[in-house]
Design a protein around this ligand. Structure first.
Ligand code: G6P
Ligand code: ZN
Length: 602
């Protein structure tokens, strides 16, 4: 192996490379940039924005300062991400700044790759080669947004519990970015070879500073094996009738999919689609939904060529940083809202980690109420939180929640403090294995579709769809939202519009903006989405996306509950058409945005 610094190599068994020359700490003068406020999941901007002089450095220093120097000095810090364009440069910059700020050790996944759930697992579970534990992480990702020189980059900070920084911390990061005058960096530290596993050791003014490059999948795979019964999944995968296809959309999930599905569970490597991580996600949009995971959707018989033979029994996809998931059966889409409800309903029987029972379940407000019905049946604690995974983390830290999910293709549990795309797939494989355990040799397989239809006939069905209007003019989007809030002051006015628009639609009985009081820390979050609640349990919700990097995205969530088992089999777009019409009239969508149809329907 070629050492990154040939004159100072010590050949230890763990690949130790030592730089004897002491690095110096420089203070670099800088000026604040506008707009470095972290959104739902960190700071996301176009790569070009991040390439401006000191832009990334300002944010990193602002974060170190927000954490306070007592916490930073001597800490072990994880730095990695989904491998998107600019990650490798960003990692070297952060290593140098960490050294200068007194961090003791930086852990980097090999090639800078760690999925968001793996970062959470690494913080919570991994023990370093010197026995240390990490207490925080910079995750370099813009999640499901495209990557490449003209696309998005992102950075977010996760805390010692493995979850995203709470609002108190992100607010103080932001305040720091508005006043920053200088940052600390060890400019003369040589670049570390992050493609090779091993420890590189430097000496600085505070003593040793180490960079440890480690296998991106080990900790995560080990954790998954403590949660699921790999043997029973393996048996399912080895059945000739059971076919499976996994699409990583060229995101970081590929690194885990190969290890878990192929090496651990014995699946055929041919089942992996787009599983080589790429800096630009192969030019695609790494968001696992029916629009962007097109290749998988076609392969699963849900595309235009419906007559396909050899459609797999089970298909799944992940987003860029592998925290999101989409679950498909043969010619069948499982909505994320149904997915979390079905996982919760079957967890205790099908997943060893939950065999002692569920502590509680939770969903985000715009997610359908399918989970509520399961919670009621099983007599489980239930929570409805605002959009954003961090709200689940508080509940989990307090031992109140085991399984949770969001309509935005996020599902997870208290094994970590992020949503987890591969975990969701393993959960579904476990349920399939469980439902098929008595007929392992039989020809007939209980399918994904049958499991979902069975669930609907037991619990009723929540017809559900989401309309996204992407990259709308920000001013117009704000006006539309303000209009919807104004309307809420008169329910009779609202119902007049409702009755004019849709014959099959019941009346609105309540309208508000969702507000949440965290049961653990008492904090209040306001303006978390505009809700119209109907007499028959139907709901319309309007929200502005918090994860975009340009313009505004309006999300419209449409939901209708059907209890009668005879009526749970309809096409969802058809079933929801009258409510959609009401939503478009109420919001004056076309008038405000100029859009006659949404960009994405899920
Ligand atoms: C991220 C968060 C999720 C959240 C989603 C909402 O993925 O991790 O918890 O549901 O953003 O995205 P939006 O674009 O609707 O704000
Ligand atoms: Zn993501």
């Amino acid at each position: 192996r070629e050492s990154p610094h040939p004159c100072s190599t010590l050949a230890f068994d763990r690949n130790l490379v030592e730089d004897m020359v002491m690095f110096k700490v420089s203070r670099v003068e800088t000026k604040p940039y506008d707009g470095q406020k972290p959104g739902t999941s960190g700071l996301r901007k176009k790569v070009k924005v991040f390439l401006q002089p000191h832009y990334l450095q300002n944010f990193v220093q602002a974060t170190f300062d927000a954490l306070s120097s007592e916490k930073v000095r001597g800490m072990t810090l994880v730095v990695s991400g989904d491998g998107r364009y600019f990650s490798k440069d960003a990692i070297q910059i952060i290593i140098k700044m960490a050294a200068a700020n007194g961090v003791r050790c930086v852990w980097v996944g090999q090639n800078g790759l760690l999925s968001t759930p793996a970062v959470s697992a690494v913080i919570r579970e991994r023990v370093g080669s010197d026995g240390s534990k990490a207490s925080g992480a910079f995750i370099l990702t813009a999640s499901h947004n495209p990557g490449g020189p003209n696309e998005d980059f992102g950075i977010k900070y996760n805390m010692e519990n493995g979850g995203p920084a709470p609002e108190g911390v992100t607010n103080s990061i932001y305040v720091n970015t508005t006043t920053i005058k200088e940052y600390l960096i060890a400019e003369d530290l040589h670049d570390v070879d992050i493609s090779t596993i091993g420890v590189t050791s430097f000496s600085g003014p505070d003593g040793h500073f180490d960079v440890e490059v480690f296998d991106s999948a080990d900790t995560y795979v080990k954790l998954m094996k403590t949660i699921f019964d790999f043997q029973s999944i393996q048996k399912l995968l080895s059945r000739p009738k059971f076919t499976f296809c996994y699409d990583a959309l060229h995101g970081v999930a590929g690194a885990y999919a190969k290890r878990i599905f192929v090496e651990e569970l014995g699946a055929d490597e041919k089942l992996l689609l787009n599983c080589v991580p790429k800096e630009d996600f192969g030019g695609g949009h790494p968001d696992p939904n029916l629009t962007y995971a097109k290749e998988l959707v076609d392969r699963m018989g849900l595309g235009k060529s419906q007559s396909l033979v050899d459609v797999p029994e089970f298909g799944a996809a992940a987003d860029g940083d592998a925290d999101r998931n989409m679950i498909l059966g043969k010619r069948f889409f499982v909505t994320p809202s149904d997915s979390v409800a079905i996982i919760a309903a079957n967890a205790v029987e099908a997943i060893p980690y939950f065999s002692g029972g569920l502590k509680g379940v939770a969903r985000s407000m715009p997610t359908s109420a399918a989970l509520d019905v399961v919670a009621k049946h099983l007599n489980l604690k239930f929570f409805e939180v605002p959009t954003g995974w961090k709200f689940f983390g508080n509940l989990m830290d307090a031992g109140l929640c085991s399984v949770c999910g969001e309509e935005s293709f996020g599902t997870g549990s208290d094994h970590i403090r992020e949503k987890d795309g591969i975990w969701a797939v393993l959960a579904w494989l476990s349920i399939l294995a469980h439902k098929n355990k008595d007929n392992l040799s039989g020809e007939k397989l209980v399918t994904v579709e049958e499991i979902v239809r069975q669930h609907w006939s037991t619990y009723g069905r929540h017809y559900y769809t989401r309309y996204d209007y992407e990259n709308v003019d920000a001013g117009a989007a704000k006006e539309l939202m303000a209009h919807l809030v104004n309307l809420q002051s008169s329910l009779s006015g609202v119902n007049k519009i409702v009755n004019e628009a849709g014959s099959d639609v019941s009346n609105v009985v309540h309208a508000d903006e969702f507000e949440y009081r965290d049961p653990v820390d008492g904090s209040i979050s306001k303006h978390q989405g505009i809700r119209y609640l109907f007499e028959d349990g139907s709901r319309l919700v309007f929200r502005l996306s918090g994860t975009g990097s340009e313009g505004a995205t309006i999300r419209l969530y449409i939901e209708q509950y059907e209890k009668d088992p005879e009526k749970t089999g309809r096409d969802s777009q058809e079933a929801l058409a009258p409510l959609v019409e009401v939503a478009l009239k109420l919001s004056k969508m076309e008038e405000f945005t100029g859009r006659s149809s949404p960009t994405v329907i899920t």
